[in-house]
Design a protein around this ligand. Sequence first.
Ligand SMILES: Nc1nc2c(c(=O)[nH]1)N[C@H]1C(S)=C(S)[C@@H](COP(=O)(O)O)O[C@H]1N2
Ligand SMILES: [Mo]
Length: 263
Amino acid sequence: MENEHKKKVKVPLTIEQKIKRRNFISFGTFFALGGGAVASWKWLLNAPEETAGITAGTRAPLRRALNKTELFFRNFFSNNHLVKTYPIEKAAKTVRVNSLIGIEEDENFDIQKWKLIIDLGNGKTLKIGLQEIKTLPKTEIVYDFKCVEGWDQIQHWAGVKLSDFLLHYKLHEQSNKQYMGLETPNEAYYVGLEMESALHPQTLLAYEMNGVELSNDHGAPLRLIIPVKYGIKNLKRIGKMSFSNSRPKDYWAEQGYDYYSGL
Ligand SMILES: Nc1nc2c(c(=O)[nH]1)N[C@H]1C(S)=C(S)[C@@H](COP(=O)(O)O)O[C@H]1N2
Ligand SMILES: [Mo]
């Protein structure tokens, strides 16, 4: 199932990236029966932290790492399903556009100046342009997108796996938080996600639909595609990403929809 998502490496990776990727893939293979990619990724993510704890001789970080490991294995059994995927020919040619909060009313938005802002949580931010994001391994998915309003459509998206992205930018500490928050550049639309769903192997930061770059209506230049959730969580035009241990604000949860909105 996972194999159906074609990966294309557009730009040669550095040695460090290659090693990381190889470790990631081999450990992923080890856990292949059960979609262990989340568990393996988290394992990799935490390995350095545990080592640091040992070498520094401090027990607290080590204990924290062990607790996290325990958490991964719980998640491994509870959150290991993959959403059904389809052949590319099944994907809709005319893709439905739903609501445009944070997009249509943002007249000041300048796509040329856009950068993804990562709130590192220590008062610092990271700003990443689209061209840089496009150099990361590309993953495609064709699946049945479902909106809570009662429609669904088989759609074809491509981008970088959110887990690959976090790993590449060494956002280890941030990814150990319980939640990820995303919002549009004008902060009008925002969602909160449990980290397990954000790290799900089918969750993408998408910049293409049907093989071409995203239109504004579908969230240009970069949107979230999170197949384990209803459409409302698939935030279009991401401006900022943040991390926390408390639930980030969520536009539709504020209107009474289920915060989790999982499938
Ligand atoms: N910025 C933003 N993202 C959004 C929305 C929105 O209004 N604004 N609507 C959500 C809802 S309810 C759905 S069903 C999907 C629809 O995505 P589409 O318009 O690309 O089909 O986007 C989600 N992401
Ligand atoms: Mo929706």
